[in-house]
Ligand binder design. Structure first.
Ligand code: TA6
Length: 301
């Protein structure tokens, strides 16, 4: 019996949750609720799609996204864990950690009384993951689909010594045109400008976009909004357990180099990432659990 058939036997919820196996054994959970639909790959516990009923998708997925074992997916909500960006000590290790390209298992699927669907995934550790991350730990990703998309990344230190944890929900949002979009809620926050030689700067007013933008905002307050006049909506982003927010758009040249954005794909997306990055990395004590959550919803404007 293939993986999807086994998952359908054990965890499917009629009319709300079913599993599909793509070529190469890539398994996807499809969620349907009255308020929204979503698709989550078991690899990386990666939310690939989320679309509120009657609206454009909230989450952007590249038309050239590769859905193959071990390949990072361009778009959706990639889980960057247990480090953000380049590995602090070994340049050979994958950028943004290994969590998004390894198998996760689905521990539980539940239809909640309010007709939201909650899926709880746990990263499957292996010799390969332990070779890059020797710390005794578990990490779970809990995805709840309803009128909002809620994602919670929970890391537990199951060992007897502390470790440093960097992470992000590297979320790609669908927008009408990056050149007309703005982001509020980061005013007066300092940021590391990775396009400007990692200089430290301070945000004045709303964030707008006129070229490649790659910033780690620091001491952020857990709420920001994407204003999208083209699609006529605001996307509200609320987070807990995070004091750093990454804003990224590759613009045309970098997107072309990356090769999986598709023609002009960069104009229709912006990443606003709930993170623990830079000086916001977490020192996790033995036995402790750190929870980082993000909630996404849109309001017509
Ligand atoms: O979060 C922004 C960033 O760190 C950019 O610097 C860029 O590298 C982006 O992530 C995409 O990274 P990826 O490994 O998914 O291609």
């Amino acid at each position: 019996m293939n993986q999807a058939a086994e998952l359908n036997r054990r965890l499917a919820i009629a009319d709300f949750l079913a599993f599909e196996e793509l070529p190469d054994g890539f398994v996807v959970a499809h969620v349907t609720t009255p308020e929204a639909t979503a698709s989550i790959a078991l690899q990386g516990a990666h939310v690939m799609r989320y679309q509120p009923a009657g609206q454009a998708p909230l989450i952007w997925l590249s038309k050239l996204a590769k859905l193959a074992p071990g390949k990072s997916i361009r778009g959706g909500v990639p889980v960057c864990w247990p480090w953000f960006g380049a590995h602090p000590g070994n340049a050979q290790f994958p950028g943004h950690g290994f969590a998004r390209t390894v198998p996760w298992q689905l521990l539980d699927a539940a239809l909640l009384p309010d007709r939201r669907v909650r899926l709880e995934f746990e990263l499957v550790q292996s010799e390969a993951t332990r070779a890059q991350w020797p710390h005794a730990s578990t990490v779970r990703n809990i995805v709840t689909v309803g009128p909002e998309l809620e994602v919670e990344l929970a890391t537990t230190n199951t060992g007897d010594s502390p470790f440093e944890l960097g992470q992000a929900l590297h979320t790609y949002f669908e927008i009408g045109d990056i050149r007309q979009a703005t982001i509020t809620g980061l005013d007066a926050c300092d940021y590391i400008d990775k396009v400007g030689g990692s200089a430290r700067k301070t945000q004045r007013g709303a964030v707008d976009f006129a070229g490649e933008t790659d910033r780690i905002y620091l001491a952020t307050h857990g709420h920001c909004e994407i204003h999208d006049p083209v699609l006529g909506r605001r996307i509200l982003i609320t987070s807990t357990g995070s004091r750093s927010t990454v804003v990224w758009n590759p613009w045309t040249e970098k997107a072309d180099k990356m090769g999986d954005f598709g023609p002009d794909g960069w104009t229709g997306m912006v990443c606003v990432e709930t993170a623990n990055a830079a000086e916001d990395v977490i020192q996790l004590a033995p036995g402790a659990t750190h929870r980082m959550t993000a909630q996404y919803r849109s309001i017509r404007e």
